[in-house]
Design a protein around this ligand. Structure first.
Ligand code: AHR
Length: 496
C-alpha cells in the first residue's frame, strides 16, 4: 500500500477524553432486517415449512445482540397484502411474489414475526406497503397491531393486548424504479404525509420513518430528500438511508476497505438537507436518520435471474463473507457510532441467509459469518456515550479519495468502561498510541484478523474465522499503547 505520508514505523495516535462527547448511542443503532426474501424467513428465522421458529438461529440472534428488527421488507413490502398473513394458517393464500420471483405461502405473517421478535428480545419495526396499497391498508395494520380490543381489526388480533409496535416505515425505497408502485418524490411525499397522519390518528405514540434514497448514486439523491421532507415534514421523525458496498465496484481491496467513507458523506449530506428544510420551515427540529439497510453485498455476482420459475424460499444472495468484508462491516459500525448525534437507528441487512451474519442449511446447522463478530462486539460494548477521538496517522490515496486513513476508530464511554473500536486498513501492523485523559486499566484487546483476507466460515468449516484475545496492550503513563495487527478489527476494552 502506498502511503500518503512516509514514516518508518507505522504509528497512529488519538485522544480519549470523556469530556469530548458526541452523543449517547441509541440502542436502536444495532438493528437488523428480516425480509420475505430467499431463505431469510423460511429456512432462516422459521423452519422452511414456516410452522416453527428455528431455535438455533434464535440463539445466535440473541448472541448477536440485535435490538430492533425491520420487517417484512424491503422490496417485498411494496406488493404485500398484510391481511394475507393473519388468521388461520390453513386458510392463508399462496401468492406469486413479484419482487423476488417467489411463491409466498403466508405461513409467517405479522403475528408470527412479532412472536419471534419477542422471543429474540428485539423491538419490531414494521414497514407498510406504499407501492400497491396505501393509507387505508396502513392505518388498518396499525389498528391491528396497536389498538385496544373493541374494533374490527383489533379484534382480529390473536392476542388480547396490543403489540405496541413502536416504529413504522412508510414504504420502502420508493425512489427506485425497481420498486413495485415506484413514485416520484412529490407523489410519494404527499402520500407519506397523509398516510403518516392517518397512522398517527390510530396511535399517536408511534415513530415514523419516511423513505430517503436507496443509495447515494441515485440520480435523485438530495433532491428526493429535500422534496419528501418538505411535503412530509409533519410526520417524519426519521428519514431512511440505504447503502450497500459491493466489493465488485471497487478496483482494489484498499478502495473497498475505504467504502464506509461513502456512508459518512451520505449521512452528512442527508443531515444537511434535512436541516435546510428545517430552516425553510423555521423549525428547530432535527430529523433523525435511520440507516435501515446497510451491508456488504456482492451485487456484481449474478443473483437476479428473471427466467427462473417462481419457487418457495429460493436460495437468493446467500453471500459468504470474508475477513475483509468483516473489516468493512466494522468500519461501517464505527462510522455509524461517530454519527450517533444524528443516526438513531440502523439495520444490518439482512439477518439470516440473505446477505446475513447468520447462515443456515435447511434441516442442518446454523453458523456465524465473519461479519457476525464486529456486529456482536459493537452491540455488546458500543453502549454509552460516543467520544470524539480525532485519530491521526498514515493515509493512502484511492480513486476519488485522496487521503484514506489507515486507522478508523471511535470510542464509547459506558458505565465504568471505555471501549475503543479500531480498524487497521493497512497490510502492516499499526502501533497505536492513545492519550488517555482519565485513569484506566486494560481489560481486553480482542481482534478479528487472518493471514488470508479471503478466509470465511462455511457449513464445512463454521469456525474457521473468529476473534482472538491479544496480550500486549498496556497503559504507559498517560497513554494506551497497543499493536493493531495487519488488516484487523480491534476492540480495546478499558476499565475507567
Ligand atoms: O436487502 C435486499 C433489498 O435491497 C431490499 O429488499 C431492498 O430494500 C434493497 O434494495
Amino acid at each position: 500500500m502506498e502511503m500518503g505520508r512516509r514514516i518508518a514505523v507505522r504509528e497512529a495516535s488519538l485522544v480519549i477524553d470523556p469530556a469530548f462527547a458526541i452523543a449517547d448511542v441509541d440502542d436502536r443503532m444495532f438493528g437488523s432486517f428480516v425480509e420475505h426474501m430467499g431463505r431469510c424467513v423460511y429456512g432462516g428465522i422459521y423452519e422452511r415449512e414456516g410452522t416453527s421458529i428455528r431455535t438455533d438461529v434464535l440463539e445466535l440472534v440473541r448472541e448477536l445482540g440485535v435490538t430492533i428488527v425491520r420487517y417484512p421488507g424491503g422490496n417485498f413490502v411494496s406488493g404485500y397484502d398484510w391481511e394475507d398473513g393473519i388468521g388461520p394458517r390453513e386458510q392463508r393464500p399462496r401468492r406469486l411474489e413479484l419482487a423476488w420471483r417467489s411463491i409466498e405461502p403466508n405461513l409467517v405473517g405479522t403475528d408470527e414475526f412479532l412472536a419471534w421478535a419477542r422471543a429474540a428480545g428485539a423491538q419490531p419495526m414494521l414497514a407498510v406497503n406504499m407501492g400497491t396499497r396505501g393509507l387505508d391498508a396502513a392505518r388498518r395494520l396499525v389498528e391491528y397491531c396497536n389498538a385496544p380490543r373493541g374494533t374490527e381489526w383489533a379484534d382480529r388480533r390473536p392476542v388480547e393486548e396490543p403489540y405496541g409496535v413502536p416504529v413504522w416505515c412508510i414504504g420502502n425505497e420508493m425512489d427506485g424504479p425497481w420498486q413495485l408502485g415506484h413514485k416520484d418524490a412529490v407523489t410519494y411525499g404527499k402520500l407519506a404525509n397523509e398516510t403518516g397522519k392517518a397512522m398517527r390518528l390510530v396511535d399517536p405514540s408511534i415513530e415514523l420513518v419516511v423513505c430517503g434514497s436507496s443509495h447515494a448514486r441515485m440520480p435523485t439523491f438530495g433532491a428526493w430528500e429535500d422534496t419528501v421532507l418538505d411535503l412530509a415534514w409533519d410526520v417524519a421523525d426519521h428519514i431512511s438511508l440505504h447503502t450497500y458496498f459491493d466489493p465488485g465496484r471497487f478496483e482494489t481491496p484498499e478502495a473497498f476497505l475505504a467504502a464506509p467513507r461513502e456512508l459518512d458523506r451520505m449521512i452528512d449530506t442527508v443531515a444537511a438537507t434535512a436541516d435546510a428544510v428545517a430552516a425553510r420551515k423555521r423549525s428547530r427540529r432535527r430529523v433523525s436518520l435511520s440507516v435501515d439497510e446497510w451491508n456488504v453485498w456482492y451485487q456484481s455476482l449474478p443473483w437476479r435471474r428473471t427466467d427462473r420459475p417462481f419457487e418457495h424460499a429460493p436460495e437468493l444472495i446467500e453471500d459468504t463473507y470474508t475477513v475483509t468484508d468483516a473489516l468493512v462491516v466494522g468500519s461501517t459500525l464505527i462510522t455509524l457510532l461517530r454519527h450517533a448525534d444524528r443516526v438513531r437507528m440502523a439495520c444490518l441487512a439482512q439477518l439470516v441467509n440473505v446477505i446475513a451474519p447468520i447462515r443456515t442449511l435447511d434441516g442442518g446447522p446454523a453458523w456465524r459469518q465473519t461479519t457476525f463478530f464486529p456486529f456482536r462486539d459493537a452491540a455488546l460494548h458500543g453502549r454509552g456515550t460516543v467520544l470524539r477521538v480525532e485519530p491521526e496517522g498514515p493515509t493512502y490515496p484511492t480513486e476519488g479519495d485522496e487521503a484514506v486513513p489507515v486507522l478508523e476508530a471511535t470510542a464509547v464511554h459506558g458505565e465504568g468502561t471505555l471501549t475503543l473500536f479500531a480498524v487497521n486498513r493497512d497490510t502492516e501492523p499499526l502501533e497505536l498510541s492513545a492519550v488517555l485523559r482519565c485513569a484506566a486499566s486494560v481489560l481486553e484487546h480482542s481482534v478479528l484478523a487472518d493471514e488470508d483476507p479471503a478466509a470465511a466460515n462455511t457449513a464445512e468449516a463454521p469456525e474457521r474465522v473468529g476473534p482472538r484475545v491479544l496480550t500486549g496492550a498496556r497503559i504507559d503513563g498517560e497513554r494506551l499503547r497497543a499493536t493493531l495487527p495487519p488488516r484487523s478489527w480491534n476492540v480495546l476494552r478499558l476499565r475507567v
